[in-house]
Design a protein around this ligand. Structure first.
Ligand code: ADP
Ligand code: MG
Length: 498
């Protein structure tokens, strides 16, 4: 071999080596980046861990806080609000009644016709519309004018058929925000949640605001009850099955109510009801306990929300927030590695990822996760390799699993408080035979998250069995109540007339 040939061969070897070195370096770098992303996932899994022991601590904390909230005003982060509902619809109600429901994302209007028997419940003309976002931080006048206008259009459509006797139409106002009631048909707004911010409305009587707006439009309607959405769901549950004593909503936000003995509501001594009990609106979204598994994503989400230091439980378990927790994890992964490609400004935008997209990704059953790819693309993250898409599904799973399991712990906490968890409750003094006599207990559940996200539902139901044990679980029935908040509120108004 000549000198030139040797030099050429040597140069070729050097070049090949350096190419190989670059490739190895790239591979090492990419492996390191992948490892850092996997590390973020691992950290998330650890931070969101909910072994049954921890869930039981949450159960106990919920029951303890319920006691504290019933004992004195401001005694707990759980407000345990009086609803003045002490009788629930029995099934014998008759007539036509209306409900107008302001939720966190949707408002609904419907009419029910009741024939005096449980089997004769006719739900008519259910209308469901997204709440125009500008209303959420407008004025009370704008908001209530809008609701009254929507009601007017609803009534116009029905003609005269439902009001032939010329009597006033009886309306339930289902309102999914915390209210301090002075009677079943009046109460003032305590605070806004779920992104609503009309500050001048705090302290105002909500039912009156609606009545004034309806009157202004000349509508012959009477706001007969102001009903929390959970209380509506409980009413529908009880109407169909009198073993229903608890209702929980998992929609944009989350809340629960239950039937409590009047003598257990210590902060309102002297309150008398014919039934000896009253429905208590827990406002459980504001529940807090050091046993809740909180991550840096939860802390940041809270700090940047319009109601920071508030509604801590709701921010871990409800539809408004799950998407944003997932978004924050993906954002951090994309910042620490380039596996998501060039950075996307949309991904940094709060609430850009909705919880219905989380469920669509989580439940994507296409072999190459096309739905995940589509949703990420909508977030400005395109051409994500399959293994990264799988990682995103895992993030959805971790966040939703924690939510479902904590939701179950919340429900078990209520069951514990009322002695339906098989342990005899946290108050002592029950006899053994009483403890062993487990009553059938129905928990009515509604809300868009629960109804539409099957993995959330499955995780919740699985954890409830884990916490209660197989035997006690047989007595606890979780029943879905589609549109329960609105329908049940109308039934409640019907029961007030009979
Ligand atoms: P509101 O809270 O206004 O009463 P819903 O009870 O219908 O209304 O709940 C709506 C919320 O439920 C949505 O904002 C969303 O967070 C959640 N949701 C709706 N559909 C889905 C879905 N397919 N998967 C996951 N969450 C969903
Ligand atoms: Mg709702």
């Amino acid at each position: 071999m000549g000198k030139v040939a040797v030099a050429f061969a040597a140069a070729a070897v050097v070049a090949a080596c350096s190419v190989a070195a670059v490739m190895v370096r790239r591979r090492v770098k990419s492996r390191r980046k992948w490892r850092s992303v996997v590390e973020i996932l691992k950290e998330l899994e650890e931070g969101c861990d909910t072994p049954v022991g921890r869930l039981r601590q949450v159960v106990d904390a919920m029951a303890v806080e319920m006691h504290a909230g019933l004992a004195s005003e401001g005694g707990s982060k759980l407000k345990m609000l009086l609803t003045f509902v002490h009788e629930l619809p029995k099934g014998t109600e008759k007539g036509t009644y209306y409900a107008l429901h302001l939720g966190g994302t949707y408002f609904r209007i419907l009419r029910v016709h009741l024939g005096g028997e449980r089997s004769y419940l006719d739900v008519q003309d259910v209308e469901r519309h997204p709440i125009p976002s500008h209303l959420m931080n407008s004025t009370s006048e704008v908001l209530f004018n809008f609701l009254a206008f929507s009601m007017e259009r609803f009534i116009e459509k029905e003609g005269n058929e439902s009001n032939s006797q010329g009597v006033k139409r009886e309306l339930a106002f289902t309102f999914s925000f915390p209210v301090k009631h002075s009677s079943i048909s009046s109460g003032v707004l305590i605070k806004w949640t779920k992104g609503f911010e009309i500050s001048e409305m705090v302290g105002k009587d909500i039912a009156e605001c609606l009545q004034v707006a309806l009157n202004r439009r000349g509508l012959d309607m009477h706001v007969a009850a102001l009903v929390n959405d959970t209380v509506g769901a409980l009413s529908l549950g009880y109407y169909h099955d009198p073993d229903t004593v608890v209702a929980v909503v998992f929609g944009t936000g989350s809340n629960a109510c239950y039937l409590e003995r009047i003598d257990a509501i210590i902060k309102s001594q002297g309150l008398l009801t014919t039934s000896g009990s009253m429905v208590v609106n827990m406002e459980w979204g504001n529940f807090w306990s050091s046993h809740l598994p909180r991550t840096s994503y939860d802390i940041d989400l809270d700090a940047e929300s319009s109601n920071s230091n508030d509604m801590g439980f709701e921010k871990m378990i409800s539809g408004m927030y799950l998407g944003d927790i997932v978004r924050r994890v993906i954002l951090r992964m994309s910042q620490e590695s380039d596996i998501f490609g060039p950075s996307s400004s949309l991904l940094s935008e709060p609430y850009a990822l909705r919880t219905n997209s989380v469920s669509a990704m989580h439940e994507d059953d296409t072999p190459d996760l096309q739905e995940v790819a589509r949703i990420l693309k909508d977030l400005g993250v395109s051409e994500v390799p399959l293994k990264v898409r799988k990682l995103v599904v895992k993030v959805c799973d971790v966040v939703t699993r924690r939510a479902g399991r904590l939701a179950a712990a919340g429900i078990a906490g209520i069951l514990k408080k009322i002695g339906r968890d098989g342990s005899g409750g946290i108050t002592s003094g029950r006899s053994r035979s009483e403890i062993q006599m487990q009553k059938r207990t129905v928990v009515a559940v509604e809300g868009g998250l629960y109804m539409n996200y099957s993995m959330f539902r499955e995780y919740m139901e699985e954890a409830l069995v884990e916490i209660l044990g197989e035997e006690v679980s047989q007595y606890v029935v979780v029943k879905a109540m589609e549109d329960g908040s609105s329908i049940g509120s109308a039934l409640l108004v019907a029961s007030l007339q009979s």
